[in-house]
Design a protein around this ligand. Sequence first.
Ligand code: A2P
Length: 341
Amino acid sequence: MSKSLVVAVCGATGAVGREMLTVLEQRNFPHSEIIAMASARSVGKKVPFMDRELTVVEMTEDSFEGVDLALFSAGGSTSEKFAPIAVKAGCVVVDNSSAWRMNDECPLVVPEVNPHDLDWHKGIIANPNCSTIQMMVALKPIHDEARIKRVVVSTYQAVSGTGQKAIEELENQVRRLMNGQPVVADVYPHQIAFNCLPHIDVFMDNGYTKEEMKMVNETIKIMGDPSIKVTATCVRVPVFYSHSESLNIETEVKLSANDVRALLAKAPGIIVEDYTEKNIYPMAINAAGEDATYVGRIREDETIENGINMWIVSDNIRKGAALNTVQIAETLIERDLVRVP
Ligand code: A2P
């Protein structure tokens, strides 16, 4: 990591953007300058970084001259507009929105799984969906060992995945309900406090939500294996940070629960927490603020020949977004790829 980089955080006032700044600081990311960008609404606002505050500037078409690396988390339409402009100015973009994920010109990367895909980037690298990232970290070692045929996943996703406004909506609804007051739902179509919504992103013609189809399609692209079948049900739950997922995995080769524990215990980015005799298993409240993907409740599916059930939890804002984005940036530096080819 020799070159000192000018780095822009685009969407620096949002839930993920703020966490990106924290992660850059915590990992001592090499930089000569960090620029905090957001919309015109936020110009002049201050965001904390290291021992100082950064003054937010507006992201415009002229913002990217002299910027080496831009980490975007400012929504899909913003990214669709500004990422190509940034690349034209010679800046490499790592984008956290869904805008570029399925574009054939853009690698979709989880550094523990497919760092080699960075080698063919053309300027824009996509960060996968938060629920997909943690699932990939846990599935990759199993796929390498026993070839995964099918995965049935149900998610329990935190409101922070929707952004800062959703965090505030859950807080407000809880406060109002505890005071006997009626609640208003603005961000979600229904009350989220003390409730579960089987509805993340928009519904599609096939009856699935877009979030569910992201898990299906992104898995194939990241693993580079179109034969893996994934079916998903994505649920928003009244949790602030960390997504939990129940996975049912069918493999070609038989693995015992102990085989899976041993495999995952030595895999990068994973901590196995599976001591049911002591009531120890991954929980959202423990994963929040942490980097790892936690795996527990590992057991054989007794209804099929080669099946494993497990429960995985990871902080959706860190590994699911900000951390994975920064890890992509670090891997670009390691592979000397911080340049537009
Ligand atoms: P702003 O705060 O100025 O609206 P979240 O996902 O938590 O809602 O955050 C979204 C982030 O994306 C915020 O930093 C927001 O800035 C930023 N953003 C949204 N629209 C634009 C835009 N058109 N140009 C630049 N930044 C944007």
